[in-house]
Write a protein that binds this ligand. Sequence first.
Ligand code: IVH
Length: 674
Amino acid sequence: MEPEQRAAELRQLIEHHNVAYHTNDAPEIPDAEYDALVRELAEIEAEHPELVVADSPTQQVGGPVSTLFAPVEHSVPMMSLDNVFTADELTAWADRVARGLDLGEGSRPIGFVTEMKIDGVACSLRYEDGELVQAATRGNGKVGEDITANVRGIDVIPHSLGDAAPPVIEVRGEVYLPVSTFDALNESQEAAGLPRYANPRNTAAGSLRQKDPAVTAGRGLKFWSYQLGQVAGGPELTSHSQSLDWLDELGFPVNPERRVVERIDDVKALADDWLDRRHELDYDIDGAVVKVDSLARQRSLGSTAKAPRWAIAVKFPPEERTTTLLDIQVSIGRTGKATPFAVLDPVFVGGSTVQMATLHNDDQVRLKDVRPGDTVTVRKAGDVIPEVLGPVLSKRDPDSEPWVFPSNCPVCAELLVRPDGEAHTFCVNPVCPAQQQARLEYFASRGAMDIDGFGEQTVRTFVGEGLIHDIGDIYSIDWDRASELEGFGEVTIQNLQRSIEVTKQRPLASLLVGLGVRHLGPSAAEVLAKSFGHMDKIATATAEEIAAVDGVGPKIAAVVAEYFATDGAKALIEKFRAAGVNLEGPEVLDIPQTLEGKAVVVTGGLENYSRTGAADAIKARGGKSPGSVSKKTFAVVVGNEPGASKVTKAEELGIPMIDEAAFETLLDTGEIES
Ligand code: IVH
């Protein structure tokens, strides 16, 4: 794949996971995997600087700002940290620091503060004349959320600082939930028959972002301070360690496990020690943070767009635990793919309890040679996807036999097939109930047609009652019969009817994704919808014609063409047509590409465009609509109550600022009217 394509793909993935992590507090991949994506993108960008764009995730911090709380603009940006994962990478960082300070290479004394990297939620506290006036989340680093009312309920955070307080002080640190509090919370959840919380970090994030401050106050959140933001007045400070001592004196909780060391090798010893002792602590840590102690040296090293050069996070390797592999079972997905998975004796690893883990395919099981009854090593980097690494052979029962992939589908009992050259095994029975269920759920899911209220349970009931068989049936459900089912009262039925009705207007790309064709994801669906313009044209195109579309590879093209050649696909399209489901693509090709390659930033509210509407209008004309102003910005559209930082930046860089009327001219002509 071309670096440009891969960079675009990585950006999309990273943005998706940013929203999952920061906005929804529900990460979908382990931290280590996320870090790997960011690194890969950073490496491509380092090799191809021309591919760096202002709104690349490598240039930004954290996720988008949500609308639940009022926005707060940070007076000093809340930056992120770059990561290292190995001792060599840490040495390389220290060498860069030494070079940056003209000290030359090697383990010379530089003076570092080493702190624990607390796995919680970053927060900035602002005090004016000694009083807590504002607390904010990090948000995107420039603008966070106002969580003052909630933070007032965290007992270790002082409301007033007394006589020693400077006129202005901003304290940055991490809000966290002690592990013991987390455990107690889960015990009471369990006692009440409610689901367990996944891990302390996500629970802290959720607790902090409650609408009702009383809920936050009852959760027992704590705080460690580790950095100063804006300060006016106050003592003369020359080192970071002094600033931490000062915070301590002012009454802020500062983690006592901090150390000032001269050389990078001392940092490594400390980080190793903390790794060994991490489970003795009543809070989760996911690494160590190393900061150059001298503030003068920090200033001379400076920062990149995203992170300071004077600090680095040393990330711990993912945690590992052993448990018993109770069984290996096979699940059937929407494409018929038969995926083996491990059923484990529940084990607490990486911050949550794991009971199941995918084993991917037959080859993987054979390669790992894991067998039911084995003691196995399980890893779970960060928060989510658990992985079985392999068996502990010394504990294997001498009579155990290798596991054999079943020859029949566990759901419909038809023969399973492993096509030549394929890593996966499939149930090829098109009416297999497991596939039907999975296809229907997928069609209704967020990434596809997004049918509100049409989840796993509803699908199961409707399929079970014979009301639907395939995704085309969703638009001709016998509602009289449905309303006779238990749990489907008048309101539920009306809501379902309404949520199905609105999906008839969804973009063609959503419908294409909803078909559940193997490999056909949202980005390929989008380009197919745009370039063919109609479902019928896609359905009758040859594999070559499909592969000729920019952004669609030969593999996807072959699968798509093969799919549409089937009678089943033809029948589905007719069902959609009869129901009045939109089969037309966006008319982008007819819109003159007036903004080709131009970046137009929109700030503040417009009369005739919503925020996304304005961005869509720009993109439909070939332009980009980044979230921040840079020297590459072509124009800034200024609406009501614009963001102060964008306006200031545009002024500084001499970027033209235009009103809504001039924006419309710009859309039409690509020019700024004078
Ligand atoms: S210093 C400009 N120190 O890690 C430097 N951050 O991955 C700002 N974190 O956003 C951060 N413990 O949320 C710093 N001792 C520590 C930390 C720490 C945890 C978090 C913080 C930061 C993130 C970066």
